[in-house]
Design a protein around this ligand. Structure first.
Ligand code: ADP
Length: 435
């Protein structure tokens, strides 16, 4: 409340922090002065200190800072006010012989802290001038004689030197600190610029990559489309050839086998191309909605019903979360993982699949664990590349694009996918989805 009211807003975060500290400090001073004034009046202490006018001055300063938003102006005004009051005080209490003169060092300190280096230097000069003024005035003003008698073991030059040393000793470290601080800030600024530059370049490269990826997808899509036609022709003409051979009674075991092989291969090829087509289209479907993973798992179970029943697969899942995603893609992802878990089962063992989720601060991590043949850890990243298969088609059917599709889907959802497995000990596929 107080912050939004009093602290002016700056563009730079560091300035905002500085402004907050500054305003709170002044505010505390104001409260302190007011309380001291109340205590003074309450106990009738009759202190000569101008509590109330200082309180008003600080309130005015706060207001002025809110209006001008300038550390420069405010720092100089505060330095000027303090310089005047210390100077007046020291005039009354002995000029160059007064301890109050030493307190002038506070003036450039305030200027350094609030306004900056240049103001600090300016107020060192002013404070030194005031001290010199006292020095040259010493001995002429009547009231100073009294203090002189008290301090006649030292002459006025001693006090001049002490005042100037106090001024220098307190401001020089600050000055050095300020220079170091500014050097650090410049360095940080340079680093920030460098990083920004790198970020821009990275973004440029990313845009280029995205364009080239789209072009590649487009290319794959067109090529896949074009390839389908000749395959369809091969398939249908071998069918016709088969019929023709049958009609003319020319078929024998060998021709039958050859034709079957050609038809099976063209079917496989057709499936491969269909998979490739789907793969190339993945990044185009990006309409995200809320997806309840429990419902998706149920849909997958329905779509794989025959396979599940045939292999006596048991699928368990704990309560899964609802995420933001493209429903058809999440379905495809889980279908691929679950069907792989069934496909790569151990001989004479029924597949057992467990689907679980854990919640992180930004992501859900979903795991699909099976009790299948497992994967050699050295292959755990390779299997996510398109058409990479660890087994021959005669052992396990498949085009080798399932996990590449999963990876692409997860990348579309800004997540990660990986596998942890050991040969013969089953596999666990993990993927993350944004909350
Ligand atoms: P496909 O299943 O069509 O062969 P995928 O891309 O789905 O292709 O899988 C790539 C390879 O990863 C598979 O050929 C198989 O060797 C291995 N793999 C995938 N899932 C599993 C699993 N659950 N258990 C063991 N091996 C697996």
């Amino acid at each position: 409340m107080l912050k939004t009211w009093l602290v002016p807003k700056f563009e730079i975060q560091e300035d905002n922090t500085r402004a907050t500290i500054f305003v709170y400090t002044l505010f505390l001073c104001a409260i302190l002065l007011l309380s001291l004034y109340i205590i003074n009046s309450f106990f009738d202490l009759n202190s000569g200190f101008p509590f109330i006018s200082m309180f008003v001055a600080i309130c005015l300063l706060l207001l002025l800072f809110k209006i001008t938003k300038s550390f420069q102006i405010i720092g100089n005004i505060i330095s000027a006010l303090i310089a005047i009051s210390i100077f007046n005080l020291s005039l009354k209490t002995g000029g160059i012989f007064s301890e109050d003169t030493h307190a002038l060092f506070i003036v450039p300190v305030i200027a350094f802290v609030i306004s900056g280096k240049r103001s600090g230097l300016f107020w060192i000069f002013i404070a030194a001038m005031l001290i010199l003024y006292h020095y040259f005035q010493a001995g002429t003003a009547q009231e100073i004689n009294y203090f002189r008698s008290q301090t006649d073991q030292f002459n006025k030059t001693y006090y001049l030197v002490i005042s100037l040393i106090a001024l220098i000793l307190t401001t020089i470290p600050l000055f050095i600190f300020k220079i170091q601080y500014e050097k650090l800030i410049t360095k940080l600024e340079k680093n920030r610029e460098y990083l920004q530059d790198k970020k821009n370049k990275l973004q440029e490269t990313q845009t280029k990559l995205e364009i080239s990826n789209k072009e590649l997808d487009q290319y794959a899509h067109t090529t896949a489309h074009d390839l389908k036609q000749p395959i369809r022709t091969i398939y249908s003409f071998t069918g016709l050839l088969k019929k023709e051979l049958e009609k003319n009674k020319l078929e024998n075991e060998n021709t039958k086998e050859y034709i079957d092989i050609i038809q099976k291969s063209s079917k496989n090829m057709n499936q491969l191309i269909t998979d490739l087509l789907e793969f190339s289209q993945l990044s185009n479907k990006t309409l995200k909605t809320e997806v309840d993973l429990n419902l998706i798992v149920e849909d997958v179970k329905i779509s794989l019903k025959n396979l599940i029943e045939k292999t006596s697969t048991v699928i368990d899942n704990n309560k899964l979360p609802t995420i933001e995603g493209v429903p058809i893609q999440i379905f495809q992802l889980l279908q691929n993982l679950i069907s792989n878990a069934i496909k790569f089962k151990k001989n004479n063992t029924s597949p057992k699949i467990t689907i679980e989720s854990t919640e992180g601060p930004n992501y859900f991590t979903i795991s699909v664990t099976d009790n299948g043949i497992g994967i050699n850890p050295v292959d755990s990243t390779k299997i996510f590349t398109p058409f990479k298969k660890l087994h021959h088609t005669s052992e396990y059917e498949g085009s080798g694009i399932g996990l590449a599709t999963c990876k692409k889907i997860i990348e579309n959802h800004k997540g990660k996918i990986w596998v942890e497995s050991k040969l013969d000990f089953g596999s666990t596929f993990y993927f993350t989805l944004k909350k």
